[in-house]
Design a protein around this ligand. Sequence first.
Ligand code: CAA
Length: 240
Amino acid sequence: MQKVALVTGGTRGIGAAISKNLKSAGYMVAAIYQGNHHAADAFQKQTEIAIYKWDVSDFKACEVGLRQVTKDLGPIDILVNNAGITKDGALHKMASKQWEDVIQTNLTSCFNMCRHVIEPMRERGFGRIINISSINGQKGQFGQTNYSAAKAGMVGLTKSLAQESAAKGITVNAIAPGYVNTEMVQAMPEGILAHITSQIPLGRLGTPEEVASAVRFLASEEAGFMTGATLTLNGGQYSA
Ligand code: CAA
């Protein structure tokens, strides 16, 4: 039977590449988005992947949204927690809202989504949860105390949930991409982006498709012995 994969932040950037890759691998895919309806609509028309709109930082919205996806496509076999935002700034200038927004959207969303899918996965004895962390959760980054804390938190959540879920046939892994060519990275000040790119031994940004390939592997049956791990893809910029 066709497995169901759900990708948060699944209509743009790395998430869009993941949604498309999983569709091409034969999964039935649901791509979740929150803000950019225009981009989501274009994505849906281009890919014919089902799109759903809700705020993954809202526990109740996740419950309602997941109920609808399950009704339409069936229970979730593969959950990819990819949705994320940046609100960069040095901590001494950071407003508490900048902190809260990033923690809620990038980290609490993982709890919200996992909490609602984990029981059905446990009952069915199968599941794949893949959390998209970041190089900056591993090494820290000037101007990203909020983002780095959230992304490091995802790794801790991954390791703990992997231990809790292993006996039920569910694997939980993280991917830590480095700087990938997306709107988020292109929005950085030009000089800073050039400086960061110069620190990448491979001499270029990653592509969303390269991250999507790693997700495809972790979602597959072949990755069944891998759990609690963090796959690093960063062009050699940092060894965790
Ligand atoms: N390292 C060391 N010092 C730095 C620095 C850095 N990376 N960046 C700035 N500084 C220094 C400046 O030289 C300056 O020093 P002086 O006062 O002595 O001149 C001081 O810090 C203040 O600099 P700014 O005026 O530029 O500070 P700011 O508050 O206006 O801007 C910032 C700071 C917004 C955080 C900016 O540095 C920035 O955008 N940094 C990039 C953060 C980043 O990497 N974001 C990644 C986004 S993509 C992503 O997150 C995806 C992913 O997973 C990888």
